[in-house]
Design a protein around this ligand. Sequence first.
Ligand SMILES: NC(=O)c1ccc[n+]([C@@H]2O[C@H](COP(=O)([O-])OP(=O)(O)OC[C@H]3O[C@@H](n4cnc5c(N)ncnc54)[C@H](O)[C@@H]3O)[C@@H](O)[C@H]2O)c1
Length: 247
Amino acid sequence: MSPSSQFNRRSFLAGSLAVVPAATLLTSPSLGFANHFAANEKINIGMIGVGKMAYGSHLPHLIKMPEVKVVAVCDVDKTRREAAQKRVNDTYGNTDCDLYNDYQEILAREDIDAVVIATPDHWHSLVVIHAAQAGKDIYCEKPLTNNLMEAKLVMDIVKKTGVIFQTGSQQRASDNFRHACELVRNGHIGDIKQVTVGVGGPSKSDNLPDEEMEPGLDWERWLGPAPMRKYSSILSPRGVHNHFPAW
Ligand SMILES: NC(=O)c1ccc[n+]([C@@H]2O[C@H](COP(=O)([O-])OP(=O)(O)OC[C@H]3O[C@@H](n4cnc5c(N)ncnc54)[C@H](O)[C@@H]3O)[C@@H](O)[C@H]2O)c1
């Protein structure tokens, strides 16, 4: 299917603001994978944002899972979405995986059960809200939202639609971290005297250089709800991760 070609930032923002607070909530068809799917049925997945995390980490796992079929990939960067499509098709040995520039086209597909959202942070909450409204089950990368207001909207819509939702905080979900928590909570290491937390440095104001646009990147759509600024390759780096093909 062809990616939608036109994206008007002004109409997008107006639409988003209108849609989110006044959302008409759909009742999710998903009552849980275990209840919803017959044993021989696959869970059809659409990937939204196939950069370092999705291409290098989620996708290789998902395409090996027998109960899952990745049926579509979406990225505002043509190079990335084509690389992801190739990876899916090469693994499945067919040409079935569809490509999209606009994630709404993934959400509009009735055959897609769940989405993996691994866009940059500033898109997360809006895509989650739209995906929940479309009745899709969701895995979304961390950090889930930019602020508490967005977090409340996300929590409300997930609750109201009943979709299955997980945020990708590996440090909470992965086995080794859960095991460590269990050891602590069950007193295996005795009384905790001190907890040291590392959260990184404070954010900096935008001092990135303006650069020539990369071919094939829909920058307006990459920015989406973020403040308008010129392209900078530091915000959307290609080829910096060894999981990627040479771009
Ligand atoms: N890289 C990591 O190690 C890591 C670890 C944990 C969490 N995360 C989180 O995962 C998310 C993705 O990180 P990444 O390192 O893969 O970033 P990335 O920039 O490599 O990938 C993001 C991808 O999303 C695409 N994109 C942007 N807007 C889009 C839109 N509207 N629709 C579809 N695609 C869109 C970009 O073109 C890019 O390919 C971030 O929120 C990050 O915080 C990353």
